[in-house]
Design a protein around this ligand. Sequence first.
Ligand code: AVJ
Length: 322
Amino acid sequence: MQIKTQTININLAEAVRDGFSKSPKSISSMFLYDTEGDRLFQEIMKMPEYYLTRCEEEIFHFQKEEILQEMRAFDDSFNLLEFGAGDGSKTKILLRYLLEKGAGFTYYPVDISGHILSELAYSLLEEMPSLKVHPMHFEYFDAIRETTHLNHRRNITLFLGSNMGNFTHEQAVDFYKNFAHESKAGDLLFVGIDRRKNPDIISQAYDDPQGITAAFNLNLLRRMNHELGAGFDLKAFRHYTFYEPVSGEVRSYLVSQRDQQVHFEALDTQFFFAKNELIHTEISKKYSPEEIARLAKDTGYKVVRHFTDSRRYFLDSLWEII
Ligand code: AVJ
């Protein structure tokens, strides 16, 4: 069977030209997810330090009935969208249950990585042959435009795994306002959020002793070497990350270990990195339940219900468009 995937081109060259002309240099975390980045992120999800995945799995395992009842998932047919679906490992818990109970829906996984999307689609075809799947290859803001008017059915959109943590506060406000504006009243958004907690627990999740997170971050340079003919020496940069508990932000950087000039064949240009110069690569923001309630209210949603895990590390929040 053919799986039809809608595609767009996300331009790494442009992002490099823009981001490396700024101070500090930066590159969007969306570029972390090429084939190797997808693989490394799957390794991260298995790490004991990266508690987020286990917490959300726990919520789904023990509260799937309540979650899907609150979504009125058995009342009428709907579109089940997922932004940043990845390998769908947690979502499959809900998908299986929905199929088992005879819910009428089509699943639309959206992801920035074409590679992980096709892996997901094929694994679903194998594991749940009766599921209707329509993969979509978009970044988040394009995804809003492409998915909010699919058909006349109600949209239920999943945005799991603390994917929203990659937004700054301003970007989050922008994203949710935009989403609310484009959606129909009664559409639902189900957001997975990493809660503020003991700072040591958070720090360890982003700086594991095995160096898997470091490899994930450094893979950005490998990707530029591969796709833009860049000449990065991966040993000349180090992963640096820290959690700042007042803002609730984990910030990740690559630190140049020496003065170095890096040539980009595809851009026909070079960039200079001074010793100790930073490239900002990612932000992973943590929220309190109060901050979440405020964000929802300020951007046009009614909070229907919060679901949390036994340790209160993570939270899935169901929002209704008003
Ligand atoms: C996939 C964005 C949720 O920020 O926690 C994991 C990515 N970065 N370790 C996160 C990530 C470093 C992850 N998200």
